[in-house]
Design a binder for this molecule. Structure first.
Ligand code: ZN
Length: 446
């Protein structure tokens, strides 16, 4: 439990200013529809298989046809973007042989260039490759409607929704290849971006996000799971539950609460489902805030399975088993989180906190380098055992109620919060209401 005194008292704090209203995303989110998502999933599943070893030349079946379809969709969105969106087909040759030839993976990437801070990049992905019961079978059907036609459709619909919307920061929408074989596409992409010095500030992958019926017939459609690794600073003793990925996971949870009525995020403080992995992993290993979104009740009779009837029970990853109204909510959550990130000013460059003699907390923050569009900051805090930020208090960057400044750092006191028992952070708030990732005051050892 937090020792914070009730929020009513917080409101009386001298640093409290009028908090900017939430970012208005109704138009962008309204463009994400169950109908559009269903069309995209059915188009992808109609190609029979999208296995990485399937045909690259057949225009109607196989991964080559899938690449053409995806590229066509992204290019159609790019044509409406006034030159802000560009599309790339990124081919990587792997040191892996299949039938005597080196395997190629092809990632499809739509980049929307930011209008104010193009060097800040946020990435959202799905994987478009699929598989059936036999991991190496590139011939027989592997419709991959939910794994991961669902995430792929979400990314394609986001491209459509964002085509005509100028953004502050840059966004990369990525459809990965080779996920089913060991995250081939995402490993190559993460390494390539690092090599090119492209700074990804947040990465979200949507993988298996369109089924709501568990193996026993039970339905769960009220939430999506968000997985985040603890890792990422090698060799450091760690306190608490914080990590770059968990900071992003909290932002995604807030995005659902703020922008997607009746829907929520369940935070899972584990990197991925038990013993499994996904395309966020290569990014998390670089220390990039990276999360995975997955439905609550996976149905293994419908994943990585041949399409068949066995004892009267249907198997296989088919569109008819999916819940497109649910997929709409997940996609809106991801898009809302993406837009909060891509429309917000940079978070503070540094945040440190100290315990004072009277047990109150003082927080020092170094403002971002580019303060344009910045209305102020929200101090956020939570008990060390709480998963989410429990309280937020806004103060303006300038003018009445703004904090004092020493040597470039702003100084804010939290009279009612004891640092020993709480985690304290600061996020930037834009005049448009967008909230950045929160920067936590680092844990301090001896
Ligand atoms: Zn998958």
């Amino acid at each position: 439990m937090s020792i914070s005194i009730p929020f009513v008292l917080s409101l009386l704090s001298p640093t409290q200013g009028p908090t900017p209203k939430a970012l208005d995303l109704s138009k962008a989110l309204g463009r994400i529809t169950a109908k559009g998502l269903e069309r995209s999933v059915r188009d992808l599943a109609s190609l029979g298989t999208r296995h990485t070893f399937s045909s690259t030349t057949d225009p109607k079946r196989g991964i080559g046809a899938a690449r053409d379809y995806i590229e066509g969709r992204l290019r159609a969105a790019a044509r409406r973007s006034g030159g802000r969106m560009s599309v790339e087909r990124k081919t990587y040759e792997l040191p892996v042989l299949h039938k005597g030839n080196k395997v190629q993976v092809v990632n499809l990437v739509a980049t929307i260039k930011g209008q104010v801070e193009p060097e800040r990049v946020f990435l959202v992905s799905g994987h478009y490759d699929s598989r059936n019961s036999d991991r190496r079978d590139g011939e027989r059907d592997a419709p991959g409607a939910n794994d991961d036609g669902s995430g792929s459709a979400a990314v394609l619909e986001m491209a459509d929704a964002l085509a005509e919307r100028p953004l502050r920061c840059s966004v990369r929408l990525v459809l990965f290849d080779g996920e089913e074989h060991g995250l081939w596409g995402s490993k190559e992409e993460a390494a390539d971006l690092k090599k090119k010095g492209i700074q990804v500030e947040g990465m979200m992958t949507l993988d298996i996000v369109g089924n709501t019926e568990g193996p026993d017939g039970r339905r769960e459609r009220s939430y999506v799971r968000v997985f985040s690794y603890l890792n990422s600073e090698k060799g450091k003793a760690r306190h608490g539950l914080d990590s770059p990925g968990r900071g992003l996971a909290r932002l995604v949870a807030r995005a659902a609460d703020t922008h997607v009525p009746g829907f929520r995020v369940k935070l899972i403080f584990r990197g991925d489902r038990y013993g499994r992995g996904g395309d966020h992993r290569p990014f998390a290993l670089q220390g990039i805030p990276a999360i995975r979104m997955t439905e609550p009740l996976e149905n293994f009779g419908r994943q990585h399975q041949d399409v068949k009837l066995k004892d009267g029970k249907p198997y296989g990853d088919l569109p008819d088993f999916m819940d497109f109204d649910y997929l709409e909510k997940v996609t809106r959550t991801a898009l809302a989180a993406l837009l909060e990130l891509a429309e917000s000013p940079s978070p503070p460059r540094r945040v440190v906190a100290r315990v004072q003699r009277d047990l109150s907390t003082v927080v020092f923050l170094l403002p971002p380098e580019r303060p344009d569009g910045l209305a102020g900051y929200e101090l956020v805090w939570r008990a060390t055992t709480e998963a989410r930020w429990e309280q937020a208090r806004f103060f303006p960057a300038e003018g009445k109620g703004s904090p004092s400044s020493t040597r470039g750092f702003l100084r804010v006191e939290l009279k009612d919060v004891m640092l020993d028992d709480n985690v304290v952070g600061v996020r930037s708030v834009g005049g448009n209401g967008a909230r950045s990732l929160a920067v936590s005051a680092p844990e301090r050892d001896l």
